[in-house]
Design a protein around this ligand. Sequence first.
Ligand code: GSH
Length: 233
Amino acid sequence: MATHTLSILKPSVNNLTTRIFVRAAGLDFDEVDVWGKKSTPEFLAKDPADLTPLLEEAGLPKGALWESCAIMQYLCNKHGLDRFYPTDPGERAMVDSAMFYLVGTLYPLVTRATYPALGFPQYAGEVGTSDADDAMKVKAQQDAAAALAGPLDVYRAWFLDGRQFIGGDHPSIADIRFAASLEFLRAIDYDLPAWAEEYMASMEAALGEAYTEPATDVRGYIDYVKSQALQQA
Ligand SMILES: N[C@@H](CCC(=O)N[C@@H](CS)C(=O)NCC(=O)O)C(=O)O
């Protein structure tokens, strides 16, 4: 049995984040695809949030950890992976800020803009799960897509600020989280600015198969839902 076990869902970019990371970091890991196998008493006993990715590793106080960014932070701390998570407090704070801004601000917009196209459930209390009519749901999706431009440009102007990666010359864990999240924008053919296209290409070139292999699952799922939508049109 490997030192690290990741329970994952292959079409998910939250999961893609950690799948790229364990490969790029060269860690010993097993992946367990839990599609259709979550929400069981056994799974909930180790992950009461019922969320993936889930890391199981002997050094964790409860043996298990969810939240993609926390998983990467833990593994960097545990294995001294400073090239992905700088030890200088100021540099580390920038990486943390980029990840919190993603999870708290950018990604909720990504979900509202793309989940309808991806066929993923939206969150309770949002227009997408309300009794609003289809026109209002389409408008909410379009509003979210339009609102993406602002936070996206914050990454260009502030976190990247002329550097190739948020981590400088080498992708950091914030870069992995950011690039993986942008993959979902292909589901709505979002018109990414040229800098973001270049950035994604640089990420894939820098990380090679560690990026491409798990990203193929997300891309394959997006191709599938697009082909289904075309058939229904
Ligand atoms: N902020 C979390 C989000 C985790 C999350 O929402 N995971 C989804 C997959 S994308 C999940 O497991 N949802 C429950 C389900 O699909 O049943 C992270 O970054 O790990």
